[in-house]
Design a protein around this ligand. Sequence first.
Ligand code: DX5
Ligand code: ZN
Length: 225
Amino acid sequence: MTLPIRIAPSVLAADFSRLGEEVRDVVEAGADWIHLDIMDGHFVPNISFGPDVIKALRPHTKAFFDCHLMIAPVDPYLEAFAKAGCDSITVHAEAGPHLHRSLQTIRALGKKVGVTLNPATPLSVFENVLDDIDLILIMSVNPGFGGQKFIPAMLDKIAAAKAMIGDRPIEIQVDGGITTDTIGAAAKAGANVFVAGSAIFGKGDKAAYRTEIETLRRNAETARA
Ligand code: DX5
Ligand code: ZN
């Protein structure tokens, strides 16, 4: 099953003093999804923002809000992120002992269900929940910070995830160190959703965001074809 290439800029690299404008600009520049990185200073060694910021951003765009929760525990906060306006909610398999319960909760809240894995976590943790998810996020850096280097060993992991899902219409997302240089290999391996923070927002303004998003998309499509 071939799903569309989607470019998902992470607002972690945006100018936080004018987030609404940044989100509008990047959507006008061609972004498919907006990736929202939530960090708690406990599961990951950094703190970002919470559901109230997402709620404040929601009126600025109709774009799909793709929420990546790097928090533990996660279950007590799922409803708040759903109510804030997230369209998908992705949880770390490492965040708690009851992954299936977290996935059921997200489904019951009416949101797309995502699971993600740190680089060192094997794919086997979700082989028993494949029929309960819409998205698999392969972390290609250790989560917590933008601007890190892509870990090349994650290419084999993407390919193995692609093989594992079979015909299921599950999105395969990759997050961390995606640039115009690394996106092709990730697309070739089987990913179709590409998170990029510094590669896009680091470029400065809307015109530059557009050029970068176009190049990312072209490189992914060329590598896949
Ligand atoms: C890392 C986050 C990423 C990060 C990606 O913990 O999950 O989404 O913002 O940043 P870049 O694209 O700069 O590697
Ligand atoms: Zn992320």
